[in-house]
Design a protein around this ligand. Structure first.
Ligand code: SAH
Length: 358
């Protein structure tokens, strides 16, 4: 069951100061200049933040005391309070994180043989209202701040086992990342910068329900991988499953996908949740094949993870495999996503802050 970790006494809850972890290098260089210090000090501070995971400004030992005091006066260095860690029998760990205003979010560490993936939330709750998703039932509580997005990475690092290291990052937690683009993009800048967390963008995947204009922005601004939650092969069904389809219908979504600058990211991943008797027939598979034929794509079939009151059932394994076979025979790469952490409600679409269930 969950474990209780201590709160960080140095974090200044509800402070109006800007969080030091939201700063870009050139911004911090301006700050060090204001403080009368050499520009290289900014890089040094960044190293403390992103290479050494400094927990406080005072921990930055080789930063002159004068500059440390200046930073302490002008910035906060917040930490996400990890309320609980829930462990699955399969090694998946769900972190329940408490934000300063009492909102709660979840991040999930998913270890597999080849890699350890962190599933990151971009919003508390979600406004997209997908019918089969537990987070949607919360509605949108609020966008996450940059420091709250990045704080999940830092919190997860502290929950890694001896010798375990996060290798991949997916924005597939709570929320629609592209509905919080300004914060997402700053977080991605800091995650991928050499002066920041120095994570290769190839190891980062942003998953979207299909907010077309922002998809274009993302793929122009960053070299990250894109996953699109498709789930249906007709507008009629997709309107129902993912209501945002009414704003960006399939033809528009697929056309935008075709035009995205892909570079090395040779393929877009299309996620497809298998819902029993809803979208899992051989005809659906054939339609999906035809739809994706003009695209550089691969399909990730996700078994539906049930939650109380969901109103859908997962497709039988045999049907999922038949569906996959049709796609493979049509020369479309198709994988079946193993469901992880189901016993702790940490699987896709099961994230639902527990506090808000009361
Ligand atoms: N809002 C983004 C990212 C969050 S959801 C998006 O829509 O892509 C991550 C993936 O989990 C999406 O493909 C989503 O459709 C899927 N998902 C949601 N609820 C699910 C459920 N109950 N079972 C399985 N997958 C689910």
């Amino acid at each position: 069951m969950g474990e209780v970790t201590s709160f960080d006494p140095s974090s200044q809850a509800h402070s109006n100061l800007r969080d030091l972890r939201e700063m870009l290098l050139y911004e911090l260089e301006e700050v060090t200049a204001e403080a009368g210090e050499a520009p290289y000090r900014a890089r040094q501070v960044m190293r403390w933040l992103w290479a050494h995971d400094a927990l406080s400004i005072d921990a930055m030992r080789d930063i002159p005391v004068r500059l440390r005091e200046y930073l302490k006066l002008n910035f906060k260095l917040g930490l996400l309070k990890s309320a609980r860690v829930v462990r699955s029998v399969d090694g998946t760990r769900k972190l329940l994180l408490l934000l300063d205003d009492g909102a709660e979010i979840e991040s999930v560490i998913i270890p597999t043989v080849a890699r350890t993936t962190l599933c990151i939330s971009s919003q508390a709750g979600c406004a997209m209202a997908c019918r089969f998703c537990a987070t949607a039932r919360m509605g949108l509580i609020r966008n996450l701040q940059v420091s709250e997005i990045l704080g999940q990475v830092l919190a997860a690092r502290t929950k890694c086992y001896e010798g375990e290291r996060l290798t991949n990052y997916v924005f597939m937690g709570m929320g629609e990342p592209l509905a919080n683009y300004p914060r997402l993009s700053r977080a991605l800048t800091i995650m991928t910068a050499d002066w920041g967390a120095a994570i290769s963008p190839r190891r980062i995947t942003v998953s979207t329900v299909g907010l077309v204009p922002m998809m274009k922005r993302l793929m122009t601004d960053f070299q990250v991988n894109l996953a699109v939650s498709l789930h249906a092969t007709s507008d009629e069904l997709r309107d129902r499953l993912a209501p945002v389809n009414r704003r960006y219908p399939l033809a528009e979504l697929l056309d935008a996908c075709r035009r995205l600058p892909l570079n090395h990211r040779s393929r877009i991943t299309f996620e497809y949740v298998m819902l029993n008797g809803v979208n899992d027939s051989p005809e659906d598979a054939h339609r999906l094949l035809r739809m994706l034929a003009p695209l550089k794509s691969k399909v990730n079939l996700i078994s539906f993870n049930p939650f109380p009151g969901a109103g859908f059932q997962s497709s039988p394994r045999k049907l999922v495999e038949d569906f996959q076979t049709i796609l493979l025979q049509g020369n479309l790469t198709a994988t079946i996503r193993e469901s992880r952490g189901q016993d702790i409600a940490a699987a896709c679409g099961q994230l639902y802050a527990e506090g808000s269930q009361e």
